[in-house]
Design a protein around this ligand. Structure first.
Ligand code: SF4
Length: 691
C-alpha cells in the first residue's frame, strides 16, 4: 500500500546459535535488521524462537567486525590486501607441509560455518595437505554421544525429530539444561506436558527450569550416571519390563549384556549415586511401562572422563526397553552449535570423510579419490588428530601450523594456559573469523569471514535436518564468505576447483557420499528440508531404524559397560565440585551475543552459583566476591546464592571473564574420543570480601 515504507526485504535464514535450527524470515532495509519473523512453515520450530534468535543480531553490523585481512608484522597486525594475505597463507602452508610433512599441520573447522564450508575445510586438509588432522568443536561436546550411538545403533545423530520428542509418552532429560540451551525444544516439551500429559524425568545436578517442571527429578552424585542407567536396565530384565520381542528380533549380544549388569543392583546404585532405591524403581517403572520414550542428553553426560561409556549405557537402556525405530522413541544427543552436526557430517573429523566414510576403509578412500580426481595414494589412510590432541601436539612442537575457522579455541578448550602456550609455539597460524577473537590474537594471518546472514549455504540441525539459508545482506566491507576464501586459497595451492556458488559444492559431495546422494539445493528450496540419510531419489529419513539398524547385519548391539571412577575427584583441599554451562541469553564466548546490546544489557556479567547451605557455612552473601581455585588456576566472580545447586556443587556460566572458566578446567579427558572432562573440576573457594 502507498503508506507503507518501500525497500523492506524478507529473506529466509536459519538461526546462527543453537542446534535446534530455528528458521525464520529476516526483515531488512539496507543493512538494518528490522525484525525476525518465524513462520508456521518452519520445520523445526514453527512460530517459536528464543531470545537469541529473535534479538541477538547486532553483532552483524558491529564496528568490531573484521573487514580486511590482517598480517602480523613485528608483533603487530597490519592491514593487507586479500591478494597478499592469501598468497602468504598458501605459501606458508605448503612450506610447512614440504618441510615437516603433512601431519605437521592441523585444521579446526567451524561449527558455525555451513556444510559446504566444512566440506571444503576437510578437502583442503585431506587432498592438498594430505592429513586427516581436521576436526570441529564436537570434540569438546558431543563426540562421546556419537561414540555411544556408533557402538549400539550405528548412526551418529538423533534417532528422530523434534516431533518425535513431542509425541513421546515419557521424555527423559539427562545432563541437559534444555530450557536455556535448546529453548524451543524445551517449549515443545512444556506444551506436550500441558496438552497431552507427557511425563518428564530429569536427571541433573542442577535444579534448572525443566527440573522444576519434572514428574521425577533426581540429582545423582557427580559422574555416576552410568550406574543408574545400568541399574535401570537390570531392573527391566529382572521385572519383566525388558522388551524381549524387540530384543529377540533386532538386538545382538543380549545374554552377554545381561550378565554384565550383575554388579548393578539397586543397592549398589543407591550407594553410589545417592538416589534412593524407591526413586530408582519409580523411574524404571515410568520408563519401562511407557509406550514410547525419548531420552535426550547433553554436556552433563559427555563432558566427563567416561562420557562415551555413559552415552553407551543410555543407548543400551533404550534398546532394552525397545525404544528405537518407532515414532516417539530414541536417543537424542542435543547438539550445541547451529551446525556442529553438519561440521561432523561433512567431514571435519579426524577419522571420517563426509557422510561418515572411514578414512581407514580402502573402498571409501578409492571412492573419494575418484570423486576428487586424484590417485588414492594421495589420500592418507591414517587417522589424524582431533582438536584436543592437535593443541597438545602443537605444545610439544609436532604440529607446526594450524588453521582455525570460526572457533574460539583459546577460550573454549580446557586448561587455556596450555592452549595459549601451544599457539605461541606454532610456526604459523591462520585464523578465519568475523571478529578479532581471543584465538585470532595468536594468529600470523587473520582472514575476515562473513556470518551466515551474509552468504548462502546449508546447516544440519540436531535432528539431522538439512536446511538452506540465504544471503540476507551483502558481505560487510571486504569480508568474504568462508567458502569463497577456501576456494581462493585452494586455487593458490594449485587446485582450482572453480566453485562459484555453494550449491556446486553440495552437488559434488552428494555425487560421492551415499548418505547425501539425493541432497540438492532445489529439494531444499525455501522452507523445505531433508533429514539424512537421503536416497538418490530424494527420499529422506526423519526417523531412523524403522527397518533395522545401521550395522553390518542390521541389528543393534548391546554393549556391556563397566563403571570407572572419574579422573578428577574432590579431596580435602579441593573440596568443591565445579559445574559449568550456558545461560539462556549468551552463547559460548559471547563473541556474537556480547555484541548485541539488548542481550548484553540483560545478562552482562558472570557469577558463581553457591548453594544456600554452603553460603551459610562459609558466610557468603549474595554478591560477595569469591575466588575459585582449581589445580590449574584461579578466577574471581560474585556469588549468586541459589538452590539450583546443592551442597558442595558450584556452577559458573562459560561466557564470561578473561580468563574464563577454562582457566580452571583440566586436560583429563575421555580416553575414547578425547573430549575434555569440563564437568569434573575439583576446586576450592575463598571469600574475598565480607560485606
Ligand atoms: Fe532457535 Fe536455538 Fe536460535 Fe533459540 S538459539 S532461536 S532455540 S535455534
Amino acid at each position: 500500500s502507498a503508506w507503507r515504507q518501500p525497500g523492506i526485504k524478507r529473506t529466509k535464514t536459519v538461526c546462527t546459535y543453537c542446534g535446534v535450527g530455528c528458521s525464520f524470515e529476516m526483515w531488512t532495509r539496507d543493512r538494518h535488521i528490522l525484525k525476525v519473523q518465524p513462520s508456521p512453515d518452519a520445520p523445526a520450530n514453527g512460530i517459536s524462537t528464543c531470545i537469541k534468535g529473535k534479538f541477538a543480531w547486532d553483532f552483524v553490523n558491529s564496528e568490531k567486525r573484521l573487514t580486511t585481512p590482517l598480517i602480523r608484522e613485528n608483533g603487530r597486525f597490519r592491514e593487507a590486501s586479500w591478494e597478499e594475505a592469501l598468497d602468504l597463507v598458501a605459501r606458508r602452508l605448503l612450506e610447512v607441509r614440504d618441510t615437516h610433512g603433512s601431519n605437521s599441520l592441523g585444521f579446526i573447522g567451524s561449527s558455525k560455518a555451513s556444510n559446504e564450508e566444512a566440506y571444503l575445510t576437510q578437502k583442503i586438509a585431506r587432498l592438498i595437505i594430505g592429513t586427516n588432522s581436521v576436526d570441529n568443536s564436537s570434540r569438546y561436546c558431543q563426540n562421546p554421544a556419537t561414540k555411544g550411538l556408533f557402538r549400539t545403533v550405528g548412526y551418529g545423530g538423533d534417532a528422530g525429530t523434534i516431533k518425535d520428542i513431542e509425541q513421546a509418552e515419557v521424555v527423559v532429560l539427562v545432563g541437559s539444561n534444555t530450557a536455556e540451551n535448546h529453548p524451543v525444544i524445551a517449549s515443545k516439551i512444556k506444551a506436550a506436558q500441558k496438552l497431552r500429559g507427557q511425563k518428564l524425568i530429569v536427571m541433573d545436578p542442577r535444579k534448572h527450569e525443566m527440573a522444576e517442571r519434572a514428574d521425577i527429578f533426581l540429582r545423582p552424585n557427580a559422574s555416576t550416571d552410568l550406574i543408574w542407567a545400568s541399574a535401570l536396565s537390570r531392573y527391566m530384565f529382572d521385572n519383566h519390563l525388558a522388551d524381549l520381542d524387540f530384543l529377540g528380533r533386532w538386538v545382538n549380544n543380549v545374554e552377554e549384556y545381561r550378565r554384565s549388569l550383575e554388579p548393578f543392583t539397586l543397592d549398589f546404585a543407591e550407594f553410589k549415586t545417592g538416589i534412593s532405591k524407591q526413586e530408582l524403581i519409580n523411574t524404571a517403572e515410568m520408563i519401562g511401562r511407557a509406550k514410547n520414550v525419548c531420552l535426550l542428553w547433553a554436556m552433563g553426560i559427555t563432558q566427563h572422563s567416561h562420557g562415551s561409556d555413559t552415552s553407551t549405557a543410555l543407548s543400551n537402556l533404550l534398546l532394552v526397553t525397545g525404544n528405537y525405530g518407532k515414532p516417539g522413541t530414541g536417543g537424542y544427543p542435543m547438539r550445541g552449535h547451529n551446525n556442529v552436526q553438519g561440521a561432523s557430517d561433512f567431514g571435519c573429523l579426524r577419522n571420517m570423510y563426509p557422510g561418515y566414510d572411514k578414512v581407514t576403509d580402502e573402498s571409501a578412500r578409492q571412492r573419494w579419490a575418484k570423486g576428487w580426481g586424484v590417485d588414492p595414494s594421495q589420500l592418507s589412510n591414517e587417522v589424524g588428530e582431533g582438536n584436543f590432541l592437535m593443541v597438545q601436539s602443537a605444545d610439544q612442537g609436532d604440529i607446526k601450523a594450524m588453521y582455525v575457522i570460526g572457533e574460539e579455541t583459546a577460550f573454549s578448550d580446557a586448561n587455556t594456559h596450555n592452549v595459549h602456550s601451544a599457539f605461541e609455539n606454532l610456526d604459523f597460524m591462520v585464523v578465519q573469523d568475523i571478529f578479532l577473537s581471543r584465538t585470532a590474537e595468536f594468529a600470523d594471518v587473520v582472514l575476515p569471514a562473513c556470518p551466515s546472514v551474509e552468504k548462502d549455504g546449508t546447516f544440519v540441525n540436531t535432528e539431522r535436518r538439512i536446511q538452506r539459508f540465504y544471503e540476507v545482506l551483502p558481505p560487510l566491507g571486504d569480508s568474504r564468505p568462508d567458502w569463497r576464501i577456501l576456494t581462493d586459497l585452494a586455487a593458490r595451492m594449485g587446485h582450482d576447483w572453480g566453485y562459484t556458488h555453494p550449491s556446486q559444492i553440495m552437488q559434488e559431495c552428494a555425487s560421492i557420499s551415499p548418505m547425501f546422494a539425493g541432497v540438492t539445493y532445489e529439494r531444499l528450496e525455501g522452507w523445505k528440508s531433508l533429514s539424512w540419510p537421503v536416497a538418490a531419489d530424494g527420499t529422506d529419513t526423519p526417523l531412523l531404524y524403522t527397518d533395522g539398524f545401521h550395522t553390518e547385519d542390521g541389528k543393534a548391539n548391546l554393549f556391556p559397560m563397566e563403571w570407572k571412577e572419574p579422573e578428577e575427584a574432590t579431596d580435602a583441599e579441593y573440596d568443591l565440585s565445579l559445574d559449568n554451562g550456558r545461560i539462556l541469553e549468551q552463547f559460548q564466548g559471547a563473541n556474537q551475543t556480547g555484541r548485541s546490546q539488548g542481550i548484553w544489557d540483560q545478562a552482562p556479567h558472570g557469577f558463581v552459583e553457591v548453594s544456600p547451605e554452603l553460603a551459610a557455612e562459609r558466610g557468603i552473601k549474595e554478591g560477595t566476591w569469591v575466588r575459585i581455585t582449581s589445580r590449574r588456576g584461579s578466577i574471581d566472580f560474585p556469588a549468586l546464592i541459589t538452590d539450583r545447586v546443592a551442597g558442595k556443587t558450584l556452577f559458573m556460566p562459560i561466557h564470561f571473564g578473561k580468563p574464563g572458566v577454562n582457566a580452571l578446567t583440566g586436560e583429563h579427558n575421555d580416553p575414547v574420543v578425547q573430549t575434555p572432562a569440563y564437568k569434573e573440576t575439583a576446586v576450592k573457594l575463598e571469600v574475598l570480601d565480607k560485606r
